[in-house]
Design a protein around this ligand. Structure first.
Ligand SMILES: *Cc1c(COP(=O)(O)O)cnc(C)c1O
Length: 499
């Protein structure tokens, strides 16, 4: 590994700059010189007290590097050059919708008025509540849903909330059901959500054309079906043309239809899950609405539902304050409220407010036309790229993404080699319906020139020998890393750099 470029000191070594200290003892220095009983000794005005924390939670050293601002700036710039970002080049990681996050949303979130304490009373944060209300409304209109909660902190958390809401709905109807149906091409979180929700997972095979097999669905459906979880377009980038028939079949047995919103970028401003018959959905705002993606920061995964499910949503939601609390002559006022049969709380306050604010800013800036334009270009870009690459691309025509096959090559090797050509690789080996899958989603943000650059990278790798691929990447800061070890026992401390 070549991480040694990122050194902490000028001579290239890690040197703790502070002597080891026992931090189980806290020093309290009395600057006034007024001393308590224990202090006032010849040693100076220092009191030590026992830390209230248990021993296993205290550190025995806190050796902070003492660096100047330029040293720090260089360190982080060097690190940023060792990795790959959407600001470096195209990032066609299928199903993830790695679109560029426009920085104006950061400006909006950095406005001093955006930083409100969540415990402030509703009267003093009317602007915040109004934006929450309007975002609920935007999302409901985009998804064709009747009510939205902003609370869940990620798409997967939204799935869990959606399935909990569905199960609360069935329970309220005195209708115990034990199964959730998930297509075999679904994202792993769908299976996990269904299982965590207490359901038996019924896996649904695809038909020859890569879509839901209606015969298999018929066979899987029963009085035990609580829900069918689908994403549309599906993970192959194909629109489920039979969606109305699928909805009818699921509803006929008393089940609910769940929409995994990860692929909403394909439909924005053009089609709505609610109109297709979906009863509940989550929105991945970091995919569709350009809020920060990955990196372990806070996220958001709002959930929308149809009228019948609204009373089960998590608390609180935000509404216009009607009746006596509102001034009939003046502006509407907004209040938090708990839906009557709420499943409870899944996150503090309104959810991750600053992330939600960025989603709001993005939607408001694009408007109806901008959103419809985004989905059109996302679909056009995926189909253009699918045409240009020399790997076999089964199925099609596509929506926002397509799945090519690396054929005799190993998809993971292809991905590593693509890094050498200055582009990010696609998602690999999923869905399993396509052997050595290269799941590719360029998104609407790429120009024709960058799509051509991507196609060239794909096509160059397609013509290369296995031996070349097996040792790739050659031109990146880190070479062939042991991914399993990196994932299972990550080194998360900067101490490791010097060792
Ligand atoms: C990304 C994704 C999810 C999970 O969403 P997170 O916000 O990452 O938790 C679920 N389903 C599909 C199809 C996805 O692509």
């Amino acid at each position: 590994m070549r991480y040694d470029q990122a050194r902490w000191t000028r001579n290239g070594e890690y040197e703790p700059l502070l002597a080891e200290k026992d931090l189980t003892r806290v020093e309290i220095r009395d600057t006034e010189g007024e001393t308590g009983e224990e202090s006032g000794s010849a040693e100076g005005d220092v009191t030590t007290v026992e830390s209230p924390l248990p021993d296993e939670l205290t550190r025995d050293e806190l050796a902070l590097p003492g660096l100047s601002e330029p040293e720090l700036a260089r360190h982080y710039t060097r690190l940023s050059q060792m990795t790959y970002a959407i600001t470096t080049g195209p990032y066609p990681l299928g199903s993830c919708t790695m679109k560029y996050n426009p920085t104006f949303t950061e400006d909006v979130a950095a406005l001093p008025d955006a930083a409100v304490h969540p415990d402030r009373p509703a009267e003093s944060v009317q602007g915040t509540l109004e934006l929450c209300y309007r975002l609920q409304d935007y999302l409901a209109r985009i998804g064709g849903m009747d009510a939205v909660t902003l609370q869940p902190p990620a798409g997967a958390a939204g799935e869990f909330v959606g399935i909990r809401v569905a199960s609360a709905y069935h329970e309220a109807n005195g209708d115990e059901r034990s199964e959730v149906i998930v297509p075999e091409s679904a994202h792993g979180t769908n299976f996990a959500t269904a299982a965590l929700g207490g359901y038996d997972v019924v896996s649904l095979p695809s038909d020859e054309a890569g879509r839901v097999d209606l015969g298999a669905l018929e066979a899987a459906l029963s009085e035990e079906t609580a829900a069918l979880m689908l994403t549309n377009p599906n993970t192959l980038g194909l629109f489920e043309r039979d969606i109305e028939e699928i909805a009818r079949m699921v509803h006929d047995v008393g089940g609910l239809l769940y929409y995994d919103g990860a692929n909403l970028n394909a439909l924005l401003g053009r089609a709505r899950p609610g109109d297709m018959g979906f009863d509940v959905m989550h929105y991945n705002v970091h995919k569709t609405f350009a809020t920060p993606h990955g990196g372990g920061g806070p996220g958001a995964g709002p959930v929308g539902v149809s009228e019948e499910l609204a009373s089960f949503l998590p608390a609180p939601r935000v509404r216009e304050a009607g009746g006596e609390s509102a001034d009939p002559e003046g502006e509407p006022t907004y209040e938090r409220f708990d839906p009557p049969e709420t499943i409870g709380k899944v996150h503090g306050y309104e959810g991750n407010w600053l992330v939600l604010l960025k989603a709001f800013a993005y939607i408001a800036r694009l408007g109806d036309e901008g959103l419809a334009d985004a989905s059109a270009k996302a679909v056009l870009n995926a189909n253009y790229l699918a045409e240009r690459i020399e790997y076999e691309v089964p199925y099609g025509p596509f929506h926002h993404e397509f799945v090519a096959s690396a054929g005799d090559q190993d998809a993971a090797d292809v991905a590593k080699r693509m890094l050498d050509y200055g582009v990010h690789p696609p998602t690999t080996k999923w869905p399993e319906i396509v052997g050595e899958a290269l799941m590719t989603e360029p998104t609407e943000v790429e120009s024709k020139a960058s799509l051509d650059q991507l196609a060239e990278a794909f096509n160059t790798v397609a013509s290369e020998a296995t031996e070349t691929l097996e040792t790739a990447p050659e031109r990146t800061a880190a070479g062939r890393i042991d991914q399993t070890t990196a994932a299972r026992t990550p080194r998360l401390s900067w101490h490791a750099l010097g060792e």
